[in-house]
Design a protein around this ligand. Structure first.
Ligand SMILES: Cc1cc2nc3c(=O)[nH]c(=O)nc-3n(C[C@H](O)[C@H](O)[C@H](O)COP(=O)(O)OP(=O)(O)OC[C@H]3O[C@@H](n4cnc5c(N)ncnc54)[C@H](O)[C@@H]3O)c2cc1C
Length: 531
């Protein structure tokens, strides 16, 4: 086990206080336990050499400067839910931002909030609801950091139709660069408040995060502003029980439906129609077999063994969940009328969930808190995800179709649990914008030691993505995927590698989930650059 050199540890402890740094083996093991997206056969990710807990931007700067002087690599995380939040090799410093946990501003009039890294979406949403507002919650759920997905990592969520994508919702940002300097992006850069992410200060959103984020490879984000959206429910909903035992009351201005389409194509068609009609708060594809596997994994195993029951579930393959939400009962009735018209015209089935038992549970769990996708651990113990690029919606749905075929081969070989293959999850985003995403998760038991087979699946999903021109999606997740995708997509990885070199000249930010410096990828090019 590699620890920090004693003098480096001492310097950090003197700067932040003995109580805010640790190299206790049991504490460090807690950080190395990251089964999600640990795509290897190893049980643990590399153990950090120490963990440090800053409370202010200045403390983050101090840490980063010491790392530069002492050539220590670091990785910051917010709530730290998956392997990409931890070190990729021994000897690195884990920066845990849990002490930076304040909502600094909630601007009701201009609909945005300024948050620190450890503010989770559930916390922000609860405070926003009191002011008639809500926030975008990614599919990973309300326990995740609002800042992490805005600045550093993807941003898909079930309410994308009305609350967008995290990369588009981020406004002003405070960023400790990998050399320790602070950069403020957008309006805070001109001391003009936090309302804008691009100008009048420098607009570097593309460099900061682009589509997928740099996963902690380019410094540490210490504050950011995120957009808020109207909330028509009660300011403090009555909620009893937790998670799958929740009970609550659904306001009469909200209504939920299952919409079942007869084919992939029809599903895409109705999604466009719903977006263009400017109805619904949430419309997201969730095949019924996926729901069974997530909510009742053991029952699912039995059901999937039975041919007639498989056929029955297959009939509900193209299922989407629609939540209508509006300021008045009259408006929600209008939205329902439009939804009924669209579904009838396209030969779909509409199931009114307000008549179903546990209606409040579904509304709260799915429509408000976005909890279900995080249940993907239940079926096999672990999961990975693939395809899911942000594109026009019929292309997104095409990805589910291609994924279904590709994944089935790996289910047949025993690399993934049988879940009937198509569990393509994702919706249409930003109303009339007509773009969307549909990703395909695959569940497995990581104790089986078959990581190589799953890597092959990811490679195959990358290959079919390119063959069918499906766009850059989540199949580019695994470290090093830029080697496959980069040459196919205008060598984007070389631009990222140049950014890495310019922003992080000492390569102290762990780059495993991004790209290495251009010096490592193309040594010749960088030496000719310098001449
Ligand atoms: C079960 C599950 C479901 C998921 N579903 C979705 C989904 O539907 N949509 C989606 O977009 N994502 C999804 N993800 C991905 C994941 O949600 C994102 O990584 C998300 O941002 C996690 O939030 P977090 O607070 O745990 O972030 P962390 O794990 O803390 O961080 C995520 C990444 O950002 C970096 N980072 C975090 N904070 C900072 C900071 N302040 N400065 C610099 N770097 C930082 C970390 O190093 C890490 O690489 C899912 C993940 C899991 C495990």
């Amino acid at each position: 086990m590699k620890l920090l050199p004693k003098d480096v540890y001492r310097e950090l402890a003197d700067a932040l206080g003995e109580e805010n740094i640790s190299q206790e083996p049991a504490v460090l093991d807690g950080y190395a336990w990251q089964p999600a997206m640990n795509l290897t056969n190893q049980k643990w990710i590399p153990r950090p050499a120490a963990v440090i807990l800053p409370a202010t931007t200045e403390e983050v700067q101090t840490i980063v400067r010491i790392c530069n002087q002492r050539q220590v690599k670091f990785k910051a995380h917010s709530t730290g839910w998956a392997a990409w939040g931890g070190p990729s090799q021994e000897g690195e410093l884990q920066i845990d931002l849990r002490r930076m946990n304040r909502i600094l501003e909630l601007d009701e009039k201009n609909k945005f909030a300024v948050v620190e890294p450890y503010v989770c979406c559930g916390q922000l949403q609860s405070e926003a609801m009191k002011k008639g507002l809500t926030c975008h919650i990614i599919g990973a759920g309300p326990n995740t950091s609002a800042l992490a997905s805005a600045t550093s990592a993807w941003g898909y969520g079930g309410t994308g139709l009305s609350t967008g994508y995290s990369g588009r919702n981020v406004l002003g940002v405070e960023w400790v660069l990998p050399d320790g300097e602070v950069l403020q992006l957008g309006s805070p850069g001109s001391h003009a408040g936090w309302f804008s992410g691009d100008g009048p200060g420098p607009g570097l959103r593309g460099i900061m995060r682009g589509f997928s984020g740099t996963q902690g490879s380019l410094g540490v984000f210490t504050k950011c502003a995120v957009k808020l959206f109207p909330w028509y429910g009660p300011p403090q909903p009555r909620v009893e029980g937790i998670l799958l035992d929740v009970e609550t009351d659904v306001p009469e201005t909200e209504k939920m439906f299952f919409v079942v389409a007869p084919s992939f194509k029809k599903y895409a068609d109705i999604s466009y129609e719903i977006g263009n009609a400017e109805i619904a708060y949430w419309f997201c594809r969730s095949p019924l077999n996926a729901g069974v596997d997530l909510f009742m994994p053991r029952a699912g195993d039995r059901l999937f063994e039975s041919k007639p029951l498989r056929a029955l579930l297959k009939a509900f393959q193209h299922l989407g969940v629609a939540l209508l939400s509006s300021p008045s009962k009259r408006e929600v009735e209008y939205q329902e009328k439009v939804l009924r018209k669209i579904t009838v015209e396209h030969g779909c089935i509409l199931l009114d969930l307000s008549k179903a038992p546990g209606y409040g549970f579904w509304w709260w769990l799915m429509g408000v808190r976005s909890i279900p996708t995080a249940l993907t651990f239940r079926a096999g113990g672990d999961f990975l995800t693939s395809y899911g690029s942000p594109v026009e919606y019929d292309n997104a749905i095409r990805q589910a179709e291609v994924a279904q075929e590709c994944k089935q081969k790996y289910i047949d070989q025993g690399y993934f649990k049988d879940d009937m293959s198509d569990i393509g999850w994702g919706g249409i985003y930003e109303g009339t914008a007509n773009w969307g995403h549909c990703e395909t998760a695959a569940m497995f038991d990581r104790r089986d030691g078959q990581a190589e087979g799953r890597f092959k699946y990811l490679e195959d999903s990358a290959r079919t993505t390119i063959e069918h021109t499906l766009g850059l999606g989540l199949s580019n997740l695994p470290p090093g995927a830029w080697k496959v995708y980069g040459p196919q997509l205008h060598n984007y990885h070389l631009w990222e590698a140049r950014i890495k070199k310019a922003f992080d000249p000492n390569s102290v930010g762990d780059e495993q989930w991004y790209v290495p410096s251009i010096d490592e990828i193309e040594p010749k090019e960088s030496s000719s650059d310098e001449q």
